[in-house]
Design a protein around this ligand. Structure first.
Ligand SMILES: *Cc1c(COP(=O)(O)O)cnc(C)c1O
Length: 446
């Protein structure tokens, strides 16, 4: 039983944003916390439920970011909270590689059954998306006895040393933080909106470019893994054209290359599938998950073909906190919620509603160059009207306007000109409509 009652799912402002208490608290933030940390909205949060954040001044803010695609089942979802309370009272830690417990095993069983593919699968649990990506690479290299890793333009895979090397964008992720890990090769991404070639043949042209680079510049037999986000997240919700992922997966299979899908942002019902690769029936050898897996408790996973996941020597993989029992309890609550509340279907419904509304805004405001995404993962790319020039100023102005009215939206994009929408998948239609009306006002105010 949850002790706190949930917040009404309504936007309500009682002070300016930020209010006086947040302003005071943010002075302490500046004093106490590293200047290297960013901040999307300048308010301090006291409570949250589902798609509403309550700040310390009493303002109720609509959350269209889910803490970067994490609280898919809603903030402080009751099934998550209840399981976490039970687990924290039972025990808090043993270290799974010291003395195992059922929560870890049950999360892995569930992941194995959810991941596409009829073959036997096994999983490994760690703490963060970046750590999961690192482990996927470790395992793929060990399994193939090869070193090269192929990644894509506009990709994002994390902030640790290896994952910085895998990530495309320099500022803010890499600037001054090198040297970076070797044996990482970046290949073109078919970003349709900004593709300079013939858009009619983009899929085949991109596949030709990628396979040419792999065969002629790296040597396919040297490649351990191809790592790709099925829809790129931080890069700006870039959706690969139909046929690209299947073509890539086939090339990997033909060349003994491990095909890894980074579903950290796209996973767990977000795109209207449990995993985004399902849209085109792509079956990766390994899937990396994190963000939406445990409602905000730190958990991440690598799930893959059993023979790959078993290829490492015993004790070659692990970590002190990986698959912490409380985080596992939360994940089991997430899986339960996704099924009980039919969140895959719900994400499609949100996609229809959000997509249609964003398209209507695009027709009204020429600053919106493109609407793209899938399910509850949608974005708009902003341009200077009549050109293809990125419009960062408009993005910042819209974000600021929405914040001042109590709507939290996030940005993205290689060119810092994308507004992305990642609402909790449990958001009510009414709350989403309210947020969209604020967004409309924001564009009107430009
Ligand atoms: C966020 C993200 C990561 C990194 O996850 P962290 O938990 O922040 O380390 C990796 N890949 C993708 C696609 C992501 O969106």
């Amino acid at each position: 039983m949850t002790t706190l009652t949930s917040l009404p799912q309504e936007r309500q402002l009682v002070t300016a944003i930020p209010g006086p208490k947040s302003l005071e608290a943010l002075k302490r933030r500046t004093e106490a916390t590293s200047g290297g940390l960013g901040m999307a909205i300048p308010v301090v949060i006291e409570r949250a439920s589902d798609a509403i954040l309550l700040d310390i001044d009493g303002n109720q803010i609509i959350d269209l970011g889910s803490g970067i695609g994490v609280t898919n089942v809603g903030n402080a979802a009751s099934r998550v909270v209840d399981r976490v309370i039970d687990q924290v009272q039972a025990f808090t830690h043993t270290c799974f590689t010291v003395a195992p417990y059922m929560g870890y095993i049950e999360v892995c069983e569930k992941l194995n059954s959810l991941m596409p593919g009829s073959f036997k699968k096994k999983s490994l649990l760690v703490n963060s998306g970046a750590e999961a990506v690192e482990n996927a690479i470790k395992i793929a290299r060990h399994y193939t006895k090869r070193q090269a890793i192929v990644v894509f333009e506009h990709s994002y895979h994390g902030r640790t040393n290896l994952t910085m090397a895998l990530t495309a964008k320099n500022m803010p992720y890499k600037e001054g933080f090198g040297p970076f890990a070797p044996e990482i090769y970046r290949v073109p991404m078919p970003y349709a909106y900004r593709w300079i070639g013939d858009k009619a043949t983009i899929t085949q042209d991109a596949l030709d470019m990628v396979t040419h680079k792999i065969e002629k510049e790296i040597g396919a037999h040297n490649v351990a893994a191809i790592l790709i986000e099925p829809i790129q997240g931080e890069g700006g919700f870039i959706v690969p054209p139909k046929g690209f992922l299947p073509g890539l997966s086939k090339f990997a299979q033909d060349n003994g290359i491990v095909f890894i899908a980074d579903e950290v942002q796209t996973g767990f019902a977000r795109t209207g599938h449990m995993f985004a690769v399902e849209e085109e029936s792509v079956v990766p050898d390994m899937v990396v998950t994190a963000k939406g897996i445990a409602g905000g408790l730190p958990l991440a996973a690598v799930t893959g073909r059993a023979e790959i996941m078993d290829s490492s020597h015993a004790s070659g993989l692990g970590g002190t906190y990986g698959g912490n029992p409380i985080a596992c309890a939360a994940a089991l609550g997430v899986f339960e919620t996704m099924e009980a509340e039919k969140l895959v279907e719900r994400a499609r419904h949100i996609g229809d509603l959000l997509g249609a509304s964003l398209k209507a805004l695009q027709a009204k405001y020429p600053v919106i160059g493109e609407v793209r995404g899938r399910g509850a993962m949608q974005a708009i790319e902003l341009i200077k009207p009549g050109t293809m020039d990125p419009n960062t100023e408009a993005m910042n102005a819209v974000v600021k306007y929405c914040q001042s009215k109590g709507v939290l939206i996030l940005t993205a994009g290689t060119y810092s000109n994308v507004i992305r929408f990642l609402p909790p998948i449990v958001i009510t239609d009414e709350l989403l409509q309210d947020a969209l009306s604020v967004l409309d006002e924001a564009f009107a105010s430009l």
